[in-house]
Design a protein around this ligand. Structure first.
Ligand code: PLP
Length: 362
């Protein structure tokens, strides 16, 4: 019998979430973001399941190579672009589309000898101040890219929203204005919206939307639940109870004796910990579902185990099912309790956790 921790990946939910993105942005094409191992759900598995996406987006050429090696022939956009000439020639050979965000990438284009032209997305920094050319310098950068002779025409244009997760934050409008102003009279396809932009800012949808986190069933907004946005959880992380003990008032639980029983209580141990990707910073009180009911985590999260207050379910037995996040507790709720975001939790599930895939046929 295996230890118990496992992740179920529901590809039906993934496809349904893609449809939700399409319905939200019916005039736009969809570039499904599958970087970072498909946000922890398996890069190739997710890319294959999302055959209805018009394009896929990854962070690096290395991630794109995995997709091409796996037989994915759809357009692939590399969001951080190229780092050296080797990247650039691999991108041209594999017909990858490249973001171009910095002077050094322009120089790579100017110095390269490619087999054929590459499709380039010029990235404009409209306020996030991470990557991209300033609105004032973007079209000049585009002209230099064209003059290199290495790129397909017309160029494409993108920017990234910093605060779209907050529907009350007017900085998104400022970013949209800067993008539109910088590109007045310039031809070429445009892309602005991440998941929050796709669902919450119709003016950001443009020619291509770039949903990531929403495809995996997590809400992109600071307030509001995934289910309210019509999203379904794709990853369900479960394990089982491996011990149940009756403790006395004053007994200490776990490393550092950080939990002291305030009264006589029943404590369950579940086989999951930070070695599996459950967040070590989840504090006492974080909800855990045992046999379909919520109970509070107590004490410190260890590498292989967590402890749970089962005083309201004293008949719980070793072997009983535990859900950490997925169907009965959203990953967003756990993330909030652990002072992080769903992205980090989903990306952080480790290779020790066996994966079971659920699809139409199963
Ligand atoms: C990761 C990323 C996205 C997707 O963002 P989500 O918040 O996961 O929807 C879109 N665009 C760029 C440039 C990204 O890096």
């Amino acid at each position: 019998m295996s230890r118990g921790a496992k992740a179920v990946i529901d590809l039906r939910a993934l496809r349904s979430n893609l449809q939700t993105a399409r319905r939200a942005a019916p005039q736009s094409r969809v570039m499904a973001v599958v970087k970072a191992n498909g946000y922890g759900h398996g890069l190739l598995r997710v890319a294959q399941a999302l055959e209805a996406a018009d394009a896929l987006a990854v962070a690096s050429v290395d991630e794109a190579v995995v997709l091409r090696d796996g037989g994915i022939s759809r357009p692939i956009v590399v969001l951080e672009g190229c780092f050296d000439q080797e990247d650039l020639s691999r991108a041209a050979e594999l017909d990858l589309q490249l973001a171009l965000h910095a002077e050094f990438q322009l120089q790579l284009l100017e110095q390269c000898e490619l087999s054929g032209p590459v499709t380039i997305w010029i990235k404009i920094d409209t306020g996030m101040h991470r990557l991209g050319f300033s609105p004032e310098s973007a079209t000049a950068a585009g002209e230099r890219a064209m003059a290199s002779g290495a790129v397909s025409k017309p160029l494409r244009w993108m920017t990234h929203l910093a605060c779209a997760d907050d529907l009350a934050d007017s900085r998104t409008f400022t970013q949209l204005e800067r993008f539109a102003d910088a590109l007045q009279g310039i031809e070429g396809e445009r892309s602005i919206a991440n998941s929050a932009g796709t669902l919450g800012w119709p003016a950001a949808q443009a020619d291509w939307v770039r949903p990531g986190i929403m495809l995996y069933g997590s809400s992109p907004f600071i307030a509001g639940s995934a289910s309210a946005s019509g999203l379904k959880p794709v990853m369900i992380l479960t394990t089982r109870i491996i011990a149940v003990t009756a403790l006395k008032m004053g007994d200490e639980v776990g490393y550092g004796a950080s939990w002291v029983c305030p009264e006589d209580m029943v404590v369950g141990v579940a086989a999951i910990g930070y070695g599996d990707g459950y967040p070590r910073h989840a504090p006492s009180g974080t909800p855990v579902v045992v046999n379909g009911r919520r109970h509070p985590l107590i004490g410190r999260v260890s590498m292989d185990m967590i402890t749970i207050d089962l005083s309201r379910a004293p008949n719980t037995q070793p072997g009983d099912p535990v859900e950490l996040w997925g169907a009965q507790i959203s990953v967003d709720e756990v993330a909030e309790a652990a002072s992080t975001i769903s992205y980090e939790l989903l990306c952080g599930v480790t290779t020790r956790v066996p994966v079971t895939v659920v699809d139409e046929e199963s």
